[in-house]
Write a protein that binds this ligand. Structure first.
Ligand code: PGA
Length: 257
C-alpha cells in the first residue's frame, strides 16, 4: 500500500476581505498549533486579493498556501490575469486549475486547463487539476467517459506525484449539499488512478493524490476519506468555517492512520 499523505485543501472561492480572511487563517493556525498536521497536509487557497496577507499570517507555519487559478503564459499583456510564477513569488505551493466554476464562468476547456497545469509546473507549483461530470452527464451514464477525457487532456505528460494533484468534483455536488454514494466515488477515483497509470506510469500514479470535492462536510468526510483512493478533499463552503475545516482534517487523520 503506498503512503499518500492526505491533502485537505480549502477553496475559499470569491469570499473574504482582509478582516475575516485573516481571522479565518489565524483560527486555522491555532487549531494546527494545538492538534498538529503530522498525518495530513493542510492547504488554503484564498482569492488573489488575500494571498499576500494570508501568507503573512501563515509564515513559518505548516499550512500551505495556494491560488485558485493561473494564466497559461509566464508573463505579458494579459490584463487582469495572474501568472503561476507570481503565485510562487507570494509563497504559494499549489494552484487549482480547471475548476468547474472557471470552466462555466470563463469557458475554460481541457486544452486551456492543460496549458495552465503545465504553466503551474513550470513555475514549480503543484497544479490541482479539477475534473468532474455534470448532472446530465451522470444521468446519461457518461461519468467515466467525461472524467477520462478530462484526465487524458489536462494532465501534462511527465507529471509526477510531487507535481500533480487531481480533484474529482462532480459539478452537481458542488455547493449543493448532495454527494455521490461512496461506491460511485470509489469507482471514479479508481478509474482516475488507472488512467494516470496509463499516462505517467503505474509507480508514479500510485503516489498521486486524488482529492474528492463537492459538499464535503464534517458529517460526510469520514466516510468519503475512508475510501482507498480518496486522498483528501477540496473543500469549498466548509473551508470558510474554521471548526468545520479542522473537523474534516481530523477525519482525514482518523481515516488514514
Ligand atoms: P463545496 O465546493 O465544498 O462548497 O461544494 C467544493 C469546490 O468547489 O471546490
Amino acid at each position: 500500500m503506498p503512503t499518500r499523505k492526505p491533502l485537505i485543501a480549502g477553496n475559499w472561492k470569491m469570499n473574504g476581505f482582509q478582516g475575516d480572511g485573516v481571522a479565518l487563517a489565524k483560527a486555522l493556525a491555532e487549531y494546527v498549533a494545538k492538534g498538529g498536521t503530522a498525518s495530513f497536509e493542510m492547504l488554503i487557497c484564498p482569492p488573489f486579493t488575500l494571498i499576500s496577507r494570508i501568507g503573512e499570517v501563515l509564515a513559518g507555519g505548516v499550512i500551505a498556501l495556494g491560488g485558485q487559478d493561473c494564466h497559461p503564459r509566464a508573463k505579458g499583456a494579459h490584463t487582469g490575469d495572474v501568472a503561476a510564477s507570481m503565485l510562487a513569488d507570494l509563497g504559494c505551493r499549489y494552484v487549482i486549475v480547471g475548476h468547474s466554476e472557471r470552466r462555466a464562468d470563463h469557458g475554460e476547456n481541457d486544452t486551456l486547463v492543460a496549458a495552465k497545469a503545465a504553466a503551474a509546473q513550470g513555475a514549480k507549483l503543484c497544479p490541482i487539476v479539477c475534473v468532474g461530470e455534470s448532472e446530465n452527464e451522470r444521468d446519461a451514464g457518461r461519468t467515466l467517459d467525461v472524467v477520462g477525457r478530462q484526465i487524458a487532456a489536462a494532465v501534462p505528460p511527465g507529471s509526477t506525484a510531487a507535481s500533480l494533484v487531481i480533484a474529482y468534483e462532480p459539478v452537481w455536488a458542488i455547493g449543493s449539499g448532495r454527494t455521490p454514494t461512496t461506491p460511485e466515488v470509489a469507482e471514479v477515483h479508481g478509474r482516475i488512478r488507472e488512467l494516470l497509470a496509463a499516462k505517467i506510469g503505474g509507480a508514479e500514479a500510485e503516489k498521486v493524490r486524488i482529492l474528492y470535492g463537492g459538499s464535503m462536510k464534517p458529517g460526510n468526510a469520514a466516510e468519503l476519506l475512508a475510501l482507498e483512493n480518496v486522498d483528501g478533499g477540496l473543500v469549498g463552503g466548509a473551508s470558510l468555517v474554521a471548526g468545520d475545516f479542522w473537523a474534516i482534517a481530523r477525519a482525514a487523520q482518523a481515516a488514514k492512520t
